[in-house]
Design a protein around this ligand. Sequence first.
Ligand code: GLN
Length: 483
Amino acid sequence: MHTKTLIEISLDLQAKTYSSVELTQFFLNRIDQHQQLNSYITVTPELALAQAKAADQRLANGTSDLLTGIPIAQKDIFCTQGVITTCGSKMLANFNAPYNATVVEKFNQAGAVMLGKLNMDEFAMGSSNETSYFGSVKNPWNINTVPGGSSGGSAAAVSARLAVCATGTDTGGSIRQPAALCGITGLKPTYGLVSRYGMIAYASSLDQGGPMTRSAEDAAIMLQTMAGFDEKDSTSVNIPVPDYRAGLNKSLVGLKIGLPKEFFGEGLDENVAATLAAAIAEYRKLGAEIIDISMPNLKLAIPAYYVIAPAECSANLSRFDGVRYGYRCDNPVDLTDLYTRSRGEGFGKEVKRRILMGTYALSTGYYDAYYLKAQKIRRLISEDFKAALATVDVIMGPVTPGTAFGIGEKMDDPIAMYLSDIYTIAINLAGVPAMSIPAGFVAGMPVGLQLIGDYFSEDRLLNIAHQYQQVTDWHNFIPTGFE
Ligand code: GLN
């Protein structure tokens, strides 16, 4: 059953080939057998089986949705009432959220089954899933390598078929980068398309939740449920949600693909470049036209992001003070001791580094030099996307400079770690949607191709991804040991 896609399983459930309870038990057994990946922080067998039972009733009485009875898993950044939400941190290791995130609520309404909560970098800060308080996640294609981050648990679980599909969040690449390194499909929607209510905030102007799946068609189904206006999120955009599956089969003849020269220069592994060239050649065969473009401000994305994201996180994480919820130190002598020790003991090293950087960038005297300047660069980057997308339909490029790196390899060098997001971060600064799709392998490790579109063009991106997946098989490969 695990080798099938979401849509195939959904059709099986409707045809009563097997029940959701049988399917859910099957996935729970797989999760149990493959704990070595450390992809789950919490597994919820009782809840899952109860939801599966309810789903079987819906399937029997004809009130089902495509997601009814499908075993999914949530990144542990989405609040779940009654199930601990840790955000990968000691600070929230015992946090029982009093409400569900809107995304979780929507999956519940669709009748999806939640298998559990997935491991992630602490507060979504990281590119390797090594900053999690709950330990590193392993890449199923080679367990000595990282799965990427921060949605590393989601990518590893979907790749190893320990869930049919999963949610992720992407602030600077955290859906696309792990999707690429684990050989799955990931979509970061336009900022404002998916509600952030109940999604623990890292950098609020950049954070966006999205689907992580086997195929583009599966991503379309998940996005259909996740997207849409939410009055509980002030940055949610109130526009109609299109039918994401309706346009999947549109022809790509005449599609204009832009290749920014800044994406294919120094720093990109030559074998990855060759793999991407083959993928782009495939698009040419499908009738697309390839156009060389230039986006001169892309190179400023990493420095701008590492001012803006830490600045926002320093504000967002000030709420964790040991008073209201989260970790509290033992026997504080006074209020200052309570604050400083609760935060000092509750947060990990990378989170503290970000809070310090952000507080510095926002402080009087430095605000103009760093924060304001970074915001101006952000505008220039958005203009680059606007100009490029006025001449082409989609921009393509790498997701990561190389394939998955070794566990421990970049942990002592934050700059090297930050550079692994060089091709993903600009997209969040501009707010446009982007996908990573499996495009081949280098030395047995997956390579992702990035597709970037104009605001709210998710339907078009899914169509472009789906057409490629109709003529290639990269998204169907399963890592050895998980077949
Ligand atoms: N790796 C980037 C960071 O550490 C992006 C993380 C993310 O998208 N959540 O901030």
